[in-house]
Structure formats: C-alpha cells, structure tokens
Write a protein that binds this ligand. Structure first.
Ligand SMILES: Cc1cc2nc3c(=O)[nH]c(=O)nc-3n(C[C@H](O)[C@H](O)[C@H](O)COP(=O)(O)OP(=O)(O)OC[C@H]3O[C@@H](n4cnc5c(N)ncnc54)[C@H](O)[C@@H]3O)c2cc1C
Length: 374
C-alpha cells in the first residue's frame, strides 16, 4: 500500500470540495477527494426543473461572500450569470472550482468501507474503494443525503414517487397529491399548478404557517412567493393532516390517499412524496453515535466522538438547535475542521485567517442562530 494521505475526503459535492479548498491552504498537508460519481454528482442528478432556494449574488469583497460559494474568492452568480442556479449549473460552478484550484479529485471511486488501524504514529484509517485500498490519517465524510430519499412510514408508501426523481416533475394528468408541505413539496406543487393541474398538499405540521426566521425551520422567501402565486390560482389546497395510507385500484388505475382525520383524496397518478432525505451515513454509520435527537454526535470540531480522526461535513452536521443544512451554513465549518486537522498534524494553518476575515470560518457557534426583528 502507498504511504497514507494526511486526509481523505469522501464526496465531491459542496461539503467535500469546501473542505478540500480549506485544507489546500495548509502547507505540507497531503489530501485527496474521491467520489463514486462525478464532481457535483448530486446536482447533476437533480430533475431539470429544480432550482436553488438560496439566491446567488456577487457580494464578495463587501463583508459577505455569495451565499452559495464554497471559497471566499468565488461566486456562482459571477461564474454562471444566474441567481437561482439549476443543479446542472451549480455542478458547472463546482467543476470550475476544481479546475481553477487544481483539486486532486478521483471520480468514479466508490468507498465501500472505512476501517481503523493503529500504529505508533497515531494510526488512521484504510478506505476500501472500488479502485483499491487508500490509507489515510484522517477522513472527512461528505457523502450528502441525496442518495437516500425518505418516504413516509405508512402502508402504500412504495406506491408514491419521490420528489427528487424526474417522474415527479413529468407532466401529470388531472389532480396531483403531494405528501409533505415544506420546501420541496410546495416547490413541486407550484410546478404542477403552473402546468395547469390542481394540487392538494398534505402535511400535519402545516409548515406553510410557520414564520420562524431561520430557513432551516421555515419556508424560504422564494417558496413563500411561489406559495402566494399558487394560492392566487385557486388550484392549490393545503391540508393540515398527514397521509395514513395510499392505495392503488388496479381496475380504475386511481390512487387513493386517506388522511389522519379520515378524509379520502384520489388522483390518476401516484402521489408525490416530498418527504426529504434520510441522513444515514452509509459505510461509516456505525463509526458515529447518535444524539437523543437522532443526529450524528460530534465534538466541537465536527469529529466523531467514538472514531478519532473521522470528521463529518455537510447537511447532517448539527450542534444542539443549530442545523447546518444549507451550503451557506455548513461551508463555515470547512475551515474550522481544516484548522483542527492542521493543528492535530502540526501544520501551519494561518492562511485560513483569510477565510475567517471573509466570514467563512465558523468556530464560535454562540454567534449563530437566526432571529430577525423585522
Ligand atoms: C431540491 C433541493 C434543493 C436544494 N436547494 C438548496 C439551496 O437552495 N441552497 C442550499 O444551500 N442547499 C440546497 N439544498 C441542499 C443541498 O443540495 C445539500 O445540502 C448539498 O447538496 C449537500 O452537499 P454535500 O456536499 O454534503 O452532498 P452532495 O452534494 O450530495 O455530495 C455528496 C457526494 O458524495 C458522493 N458519495 C456519496 N457516497 C459516496 C461513497 N460511499 N463513496 C464515494 N462517493 C460518495 C456522491 O456521489 C456525491 O457527489 C437543496 C437540496 C435539494 C434536494
């Protein structure tokens, strides 16, 4: 086996590449990135109609980096010439970043397992990949959640179409039923309403009524605007109840959804499950414990509390009530993790001060939280 890398990053999405860019500023540190697909694979897999919720704007240089950027001197708005990129457009931005910074990415390389080894110099991990074993002193796990669509735990859930699939966005005949009324549910509802369908959205938590300031917990401004348009069309019905069962009648071809409170709704096409993603960490799931709230338990450098040298990056990161599920949130942890790894390996990480100056190094979480007075 080759000598160990200092850091192996698994996943070439915004979380993995953001971590790589931060590590790249540290002298004498070796790292590599592997992805089972291509750079930005998740975004390449988005249905064509899906766009970002968080706008891009080239605010760089005036104490605010473009919300969707993963490096202080880049801006998707600038490089793409658009404010709400599609998945393919954002993948183009990511590929541009890889090219510009010459990041060492190995595509089409799937990590099957990660195993700890001990040695006198502190030990590390061997990642078993589709191209062979890769020894490394530390791992940053950045595999995202998009590959794990979550469907409701109800009888008939297998009859639904998940909102992340192209079938959910394809033209539907007649009325459309959507299970889940958060961002993706209202986004796809608006899409079908614009095509002329009537749509019923079911959600027992009725997130359309929540007006908390943090978009991790309530609807983004873009979705609220879409919601106003959809309601004005009079073809959107919002039902504050969950689906209890989904049944398909083979004779009529119709699908019937029964709600918690016994209401029955039917449609000609499979109901759309806009029920998000599962944050299972795949090959490293057992190398983290879970908090009482079900989140991967992390120390204050986003390191597993039971697997030293294994770090988590991306939307599954959570500290108490703070959810890092948007790029502008989790990108701030990349430089913090890189600095912790640099310190552990005895490397000089002062170049990360630039990230801190740009507001892209989030180490003091007491400053986080979204509370807007107006
Ligand atoms: C419809 C939709 C709209 C969204 N809109 C926004 C938005 O407006 N703003 C925002 O900030 N966020 C948005 N998000 C969330 C955002 O897309 C995710 O938070 C982001 O993709 C997470 O980045 P990541 O790098 O952690 O994961 P990903 O981008 O999913 O990248 C993970 C990579 O890991 C690779 N991988 C996985 N497992 C392995 C393995 N075992 N071995 C090797 N490689 C592996 C995958 O191929 C993939 O390329 C949206 C999400 C969705 C679904």
């Amino acid at each position: 086996m080759s000598p160990p890398l200092d850091v192996l990053i698994v996943g070439a999405g915004p979380a993995g590449l953001g971590a790589a860019l931060a590590l790249d500023t540290i002298d004498n540190l070796t790292f590599g990135i592997v992805d089972r697909g291509a750079v930005g694979q998740t975004f390449l897999d988005w249905p064509d109609q899906q766009k970002f919720l968080t706008p891009s704007f080239t605010s760089n240089g005036f104490a605010g980096v473009d919300l969707n950027a993963i490096h202080p001197s880049t801006s998707p708005a600038h490089s793409l010439g658009t404010d709400y990129p599609t998945g393919v457009e954002y993948a183009t931005y990511l590929r541009g970043v890889v090219r510009h910074f010459a990041l060492p990415v190995l595509e089409n390389t799937d990590v099957h397992s990660v195993t700890r080894y001990d040695s006198p110099d502190g030990g590390g991990y061997v990642a078993s990949t589709s191209r062979g074993p890769v020894p490394t002193r530390a791992v940053i796990w950045a595999s995202g959640e998009f590959r794990n669509p979550s469907t409701p735990h109800i009888p008939g859930a297998e009859l639904t179409t998940h909102s992340s699939t192209p079938d959910a966005w394809a033209p539907h005949d007649g009325h459309v039923i959507v299970l889940g009324g958060y961002e993706s549910g209202l986004d796809i509802a608006q899409h079908h309403i614009a095509r002329g369908n009537g749509v019923t959205v079911l959600d027992g938590h009725h997130p359309w009524e929540d007006h908390a300031a943090d978009p991790s917990f309530s609807l983004s401004a873009r979705t609220r605007r879409s919601l106003r348009h959809a309601l004005a069309s009079r073809r959107l019905t919002l039902v504050p109840a969950n689906a209890r069962t989904v049944v398909h009648d083979r004779t009529t071809g119709r699908y019937t959804v029964t709600t918690d409170d016994g209401v029955r709704l039917s449609a000609d096409s499979p109901p759309i499950a806009a029920t998000g993603f599962d944050d299972n960490l795949g090959p490293v799931e057992n190398m983290f414990t879970r908090t009482g709230g079900g989140w991967p338990e992390l120390d204050d450098t986003d390191q597993s509390t039971i697997s030293p040298g294994l770090y988590l990056s991306g939307p599954a990161v959570r500290h108490d009530d703070l959810k890092f599920c948007f790029i502008y949130k989790f990108r701030g942890r990349s430089a913090h993790v890189a600095r912790a790894i640099g310190a552990r390996l005895g490397c000089d990480s002062r170049a990360l001060d630039l990230w801190q100056d740009a507001g892209m190094l989030l180490d003091d979480l007491t400053c986080c939280g979204t509370a807007c007075s107006c």
